[in-house]
Write a protein that binds this ligand. Structure first.
Ligand code: ZN
Length: 299
């Protein structure tokens, strides 16, 4: 019996040692569907030279389907979106999906799948935090832009409230970290009644269509510029004055609780608290979102 136990403990030690060479003992392996996509990226990288100091897009299907090279043509862009990825799996992919590129700024979008599977918002945020922590081990100051989890047409009410809660937590997380940004790309996809604006989605698949992605890209651009100005390659916090000009806020804003939109310079606009502030990339976007122009500033 004693010999039997000794044999089992030896076996366990061997298994733990073997496991410690790969993922940690508590860390599940990467699902095959994800592993295969990462291998394709790795094979591509061996044949080509990924740009150094690039804008790295990483995340789930929303990133995978996003024509980031088209919309961010002025930047060196690397897209490492993984179809079928969850926020839970991404921390395990950092060493292969982020570290090799030494990006200057990272745009992250994931978590929609987790929310749709009924996971708790705190747990989803915990996974995002784990991703960030792992990235920062190697690149401590890299700016990371978190994109809000987008609303999905026809999603269940409890998933929709969970999605909103997760986004609130992500926003709060970004406020505690100077190199972490949150862009609420989700608000422009909803009409004033909180329904998905059908014209921004592919009617059959429910993914964003070209118009949806264009809107996303417009919304992300200023924050991405801000991140690029503060990224490690440019000496951290010493952003150039041109960076401030590029990253100036959107021209059109509204309060979440109002039907009126303003120029950001309007006195009424300046009274809107940051928590209630909606930004629109264009006048057209504000009108499409169901807002009427302010009579004071006439946007
Ligand atoms: Zn106004």
């Amino acid at each position: 019996m004693v010999g039997h136990i000794a044999w089992i403990s030896r076996l366990l030690c061997t298994l733990l040692l073997a496991a410690s060479e790969g993922p940690g003992p508590d860390e599940p392996t990467i699902p095959r569907q994800i592993e295969e996509q990462i291998r394709i990226f790795e094979a591509w990288d061996r044949e080509n030279t990924p740009p150094a100091g690039a804008v790295l897009f990483v995340g789930d299907d929303d990133v995978d389907r996003w024509p980031t090279r088209v919309y961010f043509a002025q930047h060196a862009v690397i897209n490492r979106g993984l179809a079928g990825a969850s926020a839970a799996v991404l921390p395990r992919c950092v060493e292969r999906l982020v570290t090799p590129y030494a990006p200057r700024v990272i745009a992250y979008a994931a978590g929609g799948r987790d929310v749709a599977e009924g996971r708790d918002p705190q747990a989803v945020c915990g996974d995002v935090a784990a991703f960030i922590k792992r990235v920062r081990v190697v690149t401590p100051r890299v700016p990371i832009v978190l994109l809000a989890i987008k609303p999905t047409p026809g999603s269940r009410a409890e998933h929709e409230s969970s999605r909103r809660r997760t986004n609130e937590l992500l926003a709060a997380m970004s406020e505690r970290d100077a190199a972490l940004y949150f862009v609420d790309t989700s608000i422009v996809l909803l009409d004033p009644q909180g329904r998905c604006i059908a014209s921004l989605y592919n009617a059959e698949s429910g993914w964003l269509n070209e118009t949806g992605y264009r809107l996303w890209s417009l919304l992300l651009a200023p924050t991405l510029h801000r991140g690029l100005q503060t990224g490690p390659e440019t000496g951290g916090a010493t952003a150039s004055p041109t960076g401030a000009a590029v990253s100036s806020d959107f021209e059109y804003v509204a309060s979440k609780s109002s039907k009126t939109f303003h120029k950001s310079t309007c006195s009424a606009a300046r009274r809107i608290t940051e928590a209630n502030l909606l930004r629109f990339p264009s006048r057209e976007a504000a009108v499409r979102g169901g807002r009427k122009p302010c009579k004071l500033c006439n946007p």
